[in-house]
Design a binder for this molecule. Structure first.
Ligand code: SF4
Ligand code: SF4
Length: 448
Protein backbone atom coordinates (compact mmCIF):
# COMPACT_ATOMS: atom_id res chain seq x y z
CA UNK A 1 0.00 0.00 0.00
CA UNK A 2 1.45 3.40 -0.94
CA UNK A 3 1.33 6.17 1.64
CA UNK A 4 -1.01 9.14 1.23
CA UNK A 5 -3.31 11.62 3.06
CA UNK A 6 -7.09 11.61 3.62
CA UNK A 7 -9.28 13.41 1.03
CA UNK A 8 -8.08 14.64 -2.33
CA UNK A 9 -9.18 13.83 -5.88
CA UNK A 10 -8.02 11.93 -8.97
CA UNK A 11 -8.05 14.25 -12.00
CA UNK A 12 -6.92 12.68 -15.32
CA UNK A 13 -3.11 12.72 -15.23
CA UNK A 14 -2.40 13.64 -18.88
CA UNK A 15 1.33 13.16 -18.36
CA UNK A 16 1.76 11.10 -21.54
CA UNK A 17 1.76 14.24 -23.72
CA UNK A 18 5.21 15.33 -22.49
CA UNK A 19 6.68 12.70 -20.15
CA UNK A 20 9.03 11.30 -22.80
CA UNK A 21 10.26 14.72 -23.96
CA UNK A 22 13.84 15.24 -22.75
CA UNK A 23 14.79 18.82 -21.80
CA UNK A 24 15.69 21.08 -24.71
CA UNK A 25 17.47 24.40 -24.33
CA UNK A 26 15.48 27.19 -25.98
CA UNK A 27 17.43 29.73 -28.10
CA UNK A 28 17.74 33.29 -26.77
CA UNK A 29 14.60 35.41 -27.21
CA UNK A 30 14.56 38.86 -28.85
CA UNK A 31 13.97 40.44 -25.43
CA UNK A 32 13.37 39.45 -21.81
CA UNK A 33 10.96 41.03 -19.34
CA UNK A 34 12.44 40.64 -15.90
CA UNK A 35 10.03 41.29 -13.02
CA UNK A 36 11.83 42.63 -9.94
CA UNK A 37 9.52 40.59 -7.75
CA UNK A 38 9.51 36.93 -8.76
CA UNK A 39 9.11 35.65 -5.24
CA UNK A 40 7.07 36.00 -2.09
CA UNK A 41 8.40 38.95 -0.11
CA UNK A 42 9.80 42.35 -0.96
CA UNK A 43 10.59 43.39 -4.51
CA UNK A 44 14.30 43.65 -5.41
CA UNK A 45 15.89 47.11 -5.90
CA UNK A 46 17.22 47.86 -9.41
CA UNK A 47 20.98 48.45 -9.66
CA UNK A 48 21.16 49.45 -13.32
CA UNK A 49 19.77 52.32 -15.37
CA UNK A 50 18.09 52.42 -18.73
CA UNK A 51 20.59 51.87 -21.56
CA UNK A 52 23.11 50.06 -19.31
CA UNK A 53 24.90 47.09 -20.91
CA UNK A 54 24.63 44.00 -18.73
CA UNK A 55 26.39 40.64 -18.82
CA UNK A 56 24.53 37.34 -18.49
CA UNK A 57 24.49 36.47 -14.77
CA UNK A 58 25.12 40.06 -13.60
CA UNK A 59 23.04 41.18 -10.60
CA UNK A 60 20.64 43.79 -11.98
CA UNK A 61 18.49 44.15 -8.85
CA UNK A 62 19.54 43.47 -5.27
CA UNK A 63 17.52 41.84 -2.51
CA UNK A 64 15.73 44.44 -0.39
CA UNK A 65 15.27 42.96 3.07
CA UNK A 66 15.34 39.47 4.59
CA UNK A 67 12.49 37.99 2.54
CA UNK A 68 13.69 39.09 -0.87
CA UNK A 69 15.91 37.69 -3.64
CA UNK A 70 18.28 39.36 -6.10
CA UNK A 71 17.57 39.27 -9.84
CA UNK A 72 20.29 38.49 -12.41
CA UNK A 73 20.38 39.29 -16.13
CA UNK A 74 19.44 36.10 -18.01
CA UNK A 75 20.97 37.34 -21.27
CA UNK A 76 23.77 39.68 -22.24
CA UNK A 77 22.20 42.88 -23.49
CA UNK A 78 21.06 46.45 -23.02
CA UNK A 79 18.42 47.62 -20.55
CA UNK A 80 15.68 48.98 -22.81
CA UNK A 81 13.30 50.14 -20.10
CA UNK A 82 12.44 49.99 -16.40
CA UNK A 83 8.73 50.24 -15.73
CA UNK A 84 5.53 48.38 -15.07
CA UNK A 85 4.90 45.27 -17.15
CA UNK A 86 2.40 42.43 -17.05
CA UNK A 87 3.58 39.35 -15.23
CA UNK A 88 2.24 35.81 -15.41
CA UNK A 89 0.51 36.12 -12.01
CA UNK A 90 -1.87 38.56 -13.65
CA UNK A 91 -0.45 41.78 -12.13
CA UNK A 92 1.39 44.80 -13.48
CA UNK A 93 4.73 44.88 -11.68
CA UNK A 94 8.02 46.73 -11.90
CA UNK A 95 10.27 45.01 -14.47
CA UNK A 96 13.44 45.53 -16.50
CA UNK A 97 13.26 44.87 -20.22
CA UNK A 98 16.58 43.70 -21.68
CA UNK A 99 17.30 43.30 -25.38
CA UNK A 100 20.43 41.68 -26.84
CA UNK A 101 23.11 44.40 -27.13
CA UNK A 102 24.23 45.55 -30.56
CA UNK A 103 27.98 45.54 -30.11
CA UNK A 104 30.29 47.59 -32.30
CA UNK A 105 32.60 45.67 -34.60
CA UNK A 106 35.66 45.89 -32.34
CA UNK A 107 33.68 45.55 -29.12
CA UNK A 108 33.80 42.29 -27.15
CA UNK A 109 30.70 40.90 -25.47
CA UNK A 110 31.00 41.01 -21.67
CA UNK A 111 31.76 37.57 -20.26
CA UNK A 112 29.04 35.70 -18.34
CA UNK A 113 29.12 36.44 -14.62
CA UNK A 114 29.26 33.33 -12.45
CA UNK A 115 30.41 32.78 -8.88
CA UNK A 116 33.49 30.72 -7.97
CA UNK A 117 32.54 27.03 -7.74
CA UNK A 118 32.59 25.46 -4.27
CA UNK A 119 33.40 21.86 -3.38
CA UNK A 120 30.05 20.19 -2.65
CA UNK A 121 31.68 17.80 -0.17
CA UNK A 122 33.40 20.45 1.93
CA UNK A 123 31.25 23.61 1.59
CA UNK A 124 30.26 24.79 5.08
CA UNK A 125 26.64 25.53 6.09
CA UNK A 126 27.40 29.28 6.02
CA UNK A 127 28.95 29.03 2.56
CA UNK A 128 25.95 27.08 1.25
CA UNK A 129 23.46 29.60 2.67
CA UNK A 130 25.44 32.55 1.34
CA UNK A 131 25.65 30.98 -2.11
CA UNK A 132 21.92 30.21 -2.26
CA UNK A 133 21.19 33.81 -1.25
CA UNK A 134 23.62 35.28 -3.77
CA UNK A 135 22.27 33.06 -6.58
CA UNK A 136 18.73 34.41 -6.03
CA UNK A 137 17.19 30.93 -5.81
CA UNK A 138 13.47 30.80 -5.04
CA UNK A 139 11.30 27.74 -4.39
CA UNK A 140 10.36 25.98 -7.62
CA UNK A 141 7.18 24.43 -6.25
CA UNK A 142 4.86 27.35 -7.00
CA UNK A 143 4.95 29.69 -4.00
CA UNK A 144 8.44 31.01 -4.96
CA UNK A 145 9.61 31.64 -1.41
CA UNK A 146 13.28 32.74 -1.27
CA UNK A 147 15.18 29.48 -0.58
CA UNK A 148 17.80 31.21 1.57
CA UNK A 149 15.10 32.08 4.13
CA UNK A 150 14.06 28.43 4.38
CA UNK A 151 17.69 27.53 5.07
CA UNK A 152 17.74 30.00 8.00
CA UNK A 153 15.14 28.68 10.44
CA UNK A 154 14.58 30.69 13.62
CA UNK A 155 16.85 29.79 16.56
CA UNK A 156 15.77 26.91 18.73
CA UNK A 157 13.83 24.94 16.07
CA UNK A 158 14.50 21.21 16.25
CA UNK A 159 14.63 20.01 12.66
CA UNK A 160 14.44 16.34 11.87
CA UNK A 161 14.23 15.90 8.11
CA UNK A 162 14.30 17.51 4.69
CA UNK A 163 11.67 16.24 2.27
CA UNK A 164 12.23 16.76 -1.43
CA UNK A 165 8.90 17.12 -3.19
CA UNK A 166 8.99 14.94 -6.29
CA UNK A 167 5.23 14.38 -6.42
CA UNK A 168 4.39 16.69 -9.33
CA UNK A 169 0.73 16.05 -8.60
CA UNK A 170 -0.69 18.69 -10.97
CA UNK A 171 -2.00 17.02 -14.13
CA UNK A 172 0.04 17.53 -17.34
CA UNK A 173 3.33 18.74 -15.78
CA UNK A 174 6.40 16.52 -16.25
CA UNK A 175 9.30 18.86 -15.53
CA UNK A 176 10.19 17.31 -12.16
CA UNK A 177 9.83 13.82 -13.63
CA UNK A 178 12.37 14.74 -16.32
CA UNK A 179 14.74 16.20 -13.72
CA UNK A 180 14.56 12.91 -11.78
CA UNK A 181 15.39 10.96 -14.94
CA UNK A 182 18.00 13.31 -16.37
CA UNK A 183 19.71 14.80 -13.29
CA UNK A 184 19.23 12.40 -10.35
CA UNK A 185 22.76 12.98 -9.03
CA UNK A 186 22.30 16.76 -9.02
CA UNK A 187 19.07 16.31 -6.99
CA UNK A 188 20.86 14.11 -4.43
CA UNK A 189 23.77 16.57 -4.26
CA UNK A 190 21.34 19.51 -3.78
CA UNK A 191 19.48 17.58 -1.09
CA UNK A 192 22.72 16.82 0.78
CA UNK A 193 23.76 20.49 0.58
CA UNK A 194 20.37 21.59 1.93
CA UNK A 195 20.62 19.00 4.75
CA UNK A 196 24.10 20.25 5.66
CA UNK A 197 22.96 23.87 5.69
CA UNK A 198 20.17 22.90 8.11
CA UNK A 199 22.18 20.42 10.20
CA UNK A 200 19.70 17.62 9.41
CA UNK A 201 20.66 13.94 9.03
CA UNK A 202 17.56 12.59 7.28
CA UNK A 203 16.55 13.30 3.67
CA UNK A 204 13.49 11.82 1.96
CA UNK A 205 12.47 12.14 -1.68
CA UNK A 206 8.67 11.74 -1.99
CA UNK A 207 7.47 10.63 -5.45
CA UNK A 208 3.97 9.67 -6.64
CA UNK A 209 3.72 6.10 -7.92
CA UNK A 210 2.69 7.18 -11.44
CA UNK A 211 6.40 7.85 -12.07
CA UNK A 212 8.00 4.39 -11.73
CA UNK A 213 11.06 5.34 -13.81
CA UNK A 214 11.72 8.38 -11.63
CA UNK A 215 11.37 6.26 -8.48
CA UNK A 216 13.91 3.74 -9.87
CA UNK A 217 16.26 6.53 -10.97
CA UNK A 218 16.22 8.23 -7.56
CA UNK A 219 16.51 4.92 -5.68
CA UNK A 220 19.71 4.25 -7.63
CA UNK A 221 21.01 7.79 -7.01
CA UNK A 222 20.59 7.65 -3.19
CA UNK A 223 22.44 4.32 -2.89
CA UNK A 224 25.51 4.60 -0.70
CA UNK A 225 24.39 7.80 1.07
CA UNK A 226 23.50 7.45 4.75
CA UNK A 227 20.18 8.95 5.83
CA UNK A 228 18.69 9.26 2.33
CA UNK A 229 15.63 7.37 1.15
CA UNK A 230 12.96 7.44 -1.55
CA UNK A 231 9.33 7.25 -0.44
CA UNK A 232 6.80 6.14 -3.09
CA UNK A 233 3.39 7.76 -2.54
CA UNK A 234 -0.08 7.13 -3.86
CA UNK A 235 -0.95 9.23 -6.90
CA UNK A 236 -3.58 11.67 -5.74
CA UNK A 237 -4.09 15.42 -6.01
CA UNK A 238 -2.86 17.50 -4.04
CA UNK A 239 -0.21 15.01 -2.83
CA UNK A 240 2.49 17.64 -3.55
CA UNK A 241 1.01 20.27 -1.18
CA UNK A 242 3.41 20.67 1.74
CA UNK A 243 0.96 19.66 4.47
CA UNK A 244 -0.29 16.64 2.51
CA UNK A 245 3.23 15.51 1.69
CA UNK A 246 4.28 15.61 5.35
CA UNK A 247 1.13 13.76 6.40
CA UNK A 248 1.82 11.03 3.81
CA UNK A 249 5.56 10.70 4.45
CA UNK A 250 5.73 10.75 8.24
CA UNK A 251 2.13 10.95 9.45
CA UNK A 252 2.52 14.38 11.07
CA UNK A 253 -0.20 17.05 10.86
CA UNK A 254 0.87 20.65 10.44
CA UNK A 255 -1.70 22.55 12.56
CA UNK A 256 -3.67 25.42 10.92
CA UNK A 257 -1.58 28.58 10.73
CA UNK A 258 1.67 26.66 11.37
CA UNK A 259 4.54 25.78 9.05
CA UNK A 260 6.35 22.51 8.22
CA UNK A 261 9.17 23.89 10.42
CA UNK A 262 6.83 23.57 13.41
CA UNK A 263 6.77 19.80 12.95
CA UNK A 264 10.52 19.58 12.32
CA UNK A 265 10.42 19.39 8.51
CA UNK A 266 11.74 21.54 5.66
CA UNK A 267 10.34 20.87 2.19
CA UNK A 268 12.08 21.74 -1.04
CA UNK A 269 11.09 21.07 -4.62
CA UNK A 270 13.06 18.88 -7.05
CA UNK A 271 13.97 21.92 -9.19
CA UNK A 272 15.16 23.82 -6.12
CA UNK A 273 17.55 20.98 -5.22
CA UNK A 274 18.98 21.11 -8.76
CA UNK A 275 19.33 24.92 -8.55
CA UNK A 276 21.18 24.64 -5.22
CA UNK A 277 23.57 22.07 -6.71
CA UNK A 278 24.23 24.22 -9.78
CA UNK A 279 24.77 27.39 -7.71
CA UNK A 280 27.23 25.68 -5.36
CA UNK A 281 29.19 23.49 -7.77
CA UNK A 282 29.05 25.62 -10.92
CA UNK A 283 28.49 29.10 -9.49
CA UNK A 284 25.36 29.56 -11.60
CA UNK A 285 22.85 32.22 -10.57
CA UNK A 286 19.12 31.71 -11.12
CA UNK A 287 18.82 32.84 -14.75
CA UNK A 288 16.96 29.96 -16.38
CA UNK A 289 13.61 28.30 -15.75
CA UNK A 290 12.86 24.64 -16.45
CA UNK A 291 9.26 24.10 -17.55
CA UNK A 292 6.82 21.81 -19.31
CA UNK A 293 4.89 23.23 -22.27
CA UNK A 294 1.99 20.91 -22.95
CA UNK A 295 -1.71 20.34 -23.49
CA UNK A 296 -3.82 19.52 -26.56
CA UNK A 297 -3.84 23.20 -27.50
CA UNK A 298 -0.10 23.28 -28.25
CA UNK A 299 1.31 21.72 -31.41
CA UNK A 300 4.50 20.12 -30.03
CA UNK A 301 4.66 19.56 -26.25
CA UNK A 302 8.17 19.90 -24.82
CA UNK A 303 10.19 20.17 -21.64
CA UNK A 304 12.39 23.24 -21.90
CA UNK A 305 15.14 25.23 -20.25
CA UNK A 306 14.48 28.90 -21.10
CA UNK A 307 16.03 32.20 -20.02
CA UNK A 308 13.98 33.74 -17.18
CA UNK A 309 11.95 36.62 -18.62
CA UNK A 310 11.24 34.99 -22.00
CA UNK A 311 7.76 36.07 -23.16
CA UNK A 312 5.21 33.23 -23.04
CA UNK A 313 4.33 33.83 -26.71
CA UNK A 314 7.96 33.07 -27.73
CA UNK A 315 7.92 29.81 -25.75
CA UNK A 316 4.64 28.81 -27.42
CA UNK A 317 6.05 29.65 -30.82
CA UNK A 318 9.12 27.48 -30.13
CA UNK A 319 6.69 24.61 -29.45
CA UNK A 320 5.07 24.95 -32.86
CA UNK A 321 2.41 27.49 -31.81
CA UNK A 322 -1.18 27.10 -30.66
CA UNK A 323 -3.60 24.71 -32.36
CA UNK A 324 -6.67 26.12 -34.07
CA UNK A 325 -8.91 24.95 -31.24
CA UNK A 326 -6.71 26.31 -28.39
CA UNK A 327 -9.00 27.78 -25.73
CA UNK A 328 -6.98 28.77 -22.67
CA UNK A 329 -3.30 29.27 -21.79
CA UNK A 330 -2.48 28.54 -18.16
CA UNK A 331 0.83 29.21 -16.41
CA UNK A 332 1.35 26.40 -13.89
CA UNK A 333 -0.85 23.32 -13.77
CA UNK A 334 -4.58 23.29 -14.57
CA UNK A 335 -5.62 22.93 -10.89
CA UNK A 336 -3.77 25.88 -9.37
CA UNK A 337 -2.25 27.72 -12.32
CA UNK A 338 -3.17 31.19 -13.57
CA UNK A 339 -5.02 31.68 -16.89
CA UNK A 340 -3.25 34.24 -19.07
CA UNK A 341 -4.89 37.17 -20.77
CA UNK A 342 -1.64 38.53 -22.15
CA UNK A 343 0.92 36.22 -23.78
CA UNK A 344 3.58 38.97 -23.65
CA UNK A 345 3.89 38.15 -19.91
CA UNK A 346 7.21 36.47 -19.09
CA UNK A 347 8.31 33.11 -17.75
CA UNK A 348 9.49 33.69 -14.16
CA UNK A 349 12.03 31.83 -11.97
CA UNK A 350 9.38 29.53 -10.50
CA UNK A 351 7.31 28.92 -13.65
CA UNK A 352 6.90 25.15 -13.81
CA UNK A 353 4.70 24.86 -16.86
CA UNK A 354 2.53 26.33 -19.58
CA UNK A 355 -0.59 24.26 -20.24
CA UNK A 356 -2.81 25.02 -23.23
CA UNK A 357 -6.30 23.53 -23.11
CA UNK A 358 -8.67 23.32 -26.09
CA UNK A 359 -11.97 25.21 -26.35
CA UNK A 360 -13.86 21.97 -25.74
CA UNK A 361 -11.84 21.26 -22.57
CA UNK A 362 -12.59 24.68 -21.08
CA UNK A 363 -16.24 24.81 -22.09
CA UNK A 364 -18.16 26.38 -19.17
CA UNK A 365 -20.63 23.96 -17.59
CA UNK A 366 -23.89 25.20 -16.23
CA UNK A 367 -24.03 25.76 -12.51
CA UNK A 368 -26.98 24.23 -10.65
CA UNK A 369 -28.13 24.27 -7.03
CA UNK A 370 -26.12 22.49 -4.35
CA UNK A 371 -27.22 18.86 -4.08
CA UNK A 372 -25.98 18.56 -0.50
CA UNK A 373 -24.06 15.47 -1.57
CA UNK A 374 -21.04 16.29 0.61
CA UNK A 375 -18.52 15.32 -2.09
CA UNK A 376 -16.67 18.61 -1.62
CA UNK A 377 -16.32 17.93 2.11
CA UNK A 378 -14.91 14.45 1.46
CA UNK A 379 -12.47 15.85 -1.10
CA UNK A 380 -11.07 18.64 1.07
CA UNK A 381 -7.68 17.49 2.41
CA UNK A 382 -7.83 20.14 5.13
CA UNK A 383 -11.21 18.99 6.53
CA UNK A 384 -12.92 22.31 5.69
CA UNK A 385 -16.56 22.75 4.68
CA UNK A 386 -16.16 24.17 1.16
CA UNK A 387 -19.86 24.48 0.43
CA UNK A 388 -20.54 26.52 3.57
CA UNK A 389 -17.42 28.66 3.15
CA UNK A 390 -18.28 29.43 -0.47
CA UNK A 391 -21.82 30.46 0.51
CA UNK A 392 -20.52 32.70 3.32
CA UNK A 393 -18.06 34.29 0.88
CA UNK A 394 -20.85 34.85 -1.63
CA UNK A 395 -23.00 36.53 1.04
CA UNK A 396 -19.98 38.55 2.22
CA UNK A 397 -20.44 37.19 5.77
CA UNK A 398 -16.73 37.51 6.37
CA UNK A 399 -16.61 37.11 10.15
CA UNK A 400 -18.41 33.76 9.92
CA UNK A 401 -16.18 32.68 7.02
CA UNK A 402 -13.18 33.53 9.20
CA UNK A 403 -14.60 31.45 12.06
CA UNK A 404 -15.07 28.48 9.73
CA UNK A 405 -11.38 28.71 8.74
CA UNK A 406 -11.47 30.21 5.25
CA UNK A 407 -7.89 31.49 5.63
CA UNK A 408 -6.65 27.92 6.07
CA UNK A 409 -7.86 26.98 2.56
CA UNK A 410 -4.88 26.36 0.26
CA UNK A 411 -6.98 26.97 -2.86
CA UNK A 412 -6.16 23.51 -4.23
CA UNK A 413 -9.45 23.28 -6.13
CA UNK A 414 -10.24 19.67 -5.11
CA UNK A 415 -13.70 20.74 -3.92
CA UNK A 416 -14.61 22.49 -7.18
CA UNK A 417 -13.23 19.58 -9.23
CA UNK A 418 -15.50 17.11 -7.48
CA UNK A 419 -18.71 19.19 -7.34
CA UNK A 420 -21.47 17.65 -9.52
CA UNK A 421 -23.39 20.95 -9.44
CA UNK A 422 -20.44 22.81 -11.06
CA UNK A 423 -20.40 25.42 -8.30
CA UNK A 424 -17.22 27.50 -8.58
CA UNK A 425 -16.29 26.72 -4.98
CA UNK A 426 -12.59 27.52 -5.15
CA UNK A 427 -13.25 30.83 -6.90
CA UNK A 428 -15.64 31.92 -4.13
CA UNK A 429 -13.19 30.67 -1.51
CA UNK A 430 -10.31 32.59 -3.06
CA UNK A 431 -12.33 35.80 -3.17
CA UNK A 432 -13.64 35.30 0.38
CA UNK A 433 -10.16 34.51 1.67
CA UNK A 434 -8.72 37.69 0.16
CA UNK A 435 -11.51 39.75 1.71
CA UNK A 436 -11.05 38.12 5.13
CA UNK A 437 -7.28 38.76 5.00
CA UNK A 438 -7.95 42.42 4.12
CA UNK A 439 -10.40 42.62 7.03
CA UNK A 440 -7.81 41.11 9.39
CA UNK A 441 -5.18 43.61 8.22
CA UNK A 442 -7.43 46.60 8.78
CA UNK A 443 -8.39 45.23 12.19
CA UNK A 444 -4.69 45.04 13.08
CA UNK A 445 -4.06 48.54 11.74
CA UNK A 446 -6.99 49.92 13.78
CA UNK A 447 -5.63 48.26 16.92
CA UNK A 448 -2.10 49.65 16.41
S1 SF4 B 1 -9.78 24.63 -2.29
FE1 SF4 B 1 -9.76 24.91 -0.06
S2 SF4 B 1 -11.75 24.20 0.61
FE2 SF4 B 1 -11.47 23.42 -1.49
S3 SF4 B 1 -10.60 21.39 -1.19
FE3 SF4 B 1 -8.86 22.77 -1.39
S4 SF4 B 1 -8.33 23.36 0.70
FE4 SF4 B 1 -10.38 22.45 0.78
S1 SF4 C 1 -19.99 18.91 -3.92
FE1 SF4 C 1 -21.18 20.60 -4.79
S2 SF4 C 1 -23.26 19.82 -4.79
FE2 SF4 C 1 -22.11 18.48 -3.41
S3 SF4 C 1 -22.35 19.43 -1.38
FE3 SF4 C 1 -20.48 20.27 -2.24
S4 SF4 C 1 -21.18 22.18 -3.19
FE4 SF4 C 1 -23.01 20.96 -2.88
Amino acid sequence: MFKTFPGGVHPPEEKELSEHCAFEVMPLPASVILPLSQHLGKQAKPLVDKRATVARGQVVAEADGFISAPVHAPIMGTVKSIGRENNSNGYMKEALVIIPAKLKEDEEAPADVTMPPLDAETATPDEIRARVKEAGIVGQGGAAFPTFVKLNPPEGRELESVIINGCECEPYLTRDDRFMLERPDAIVSGLRLIMRALGVQKGIIGIENNKPDAIASMQKAVQGFDGLEVCALQTKYPQGAEKMLIKAVNGREVPPGKLPLDVGVVIQNIGTAVAVHDAVTKGEPSVTAALTVTGRGIRTPKNLIVPVGTPIKDVIEFCGGLTEDAGKVIVGGPMMGVAQYNLEAPVMKATSGIVVLTKEEVRAREETNCLRCGKCVDACPLHLLPTRLARLAELNRLEEAEEYGITVCMECGSCAFTCPANIPLVQWLRLGKQRVITMQRSRKADAA
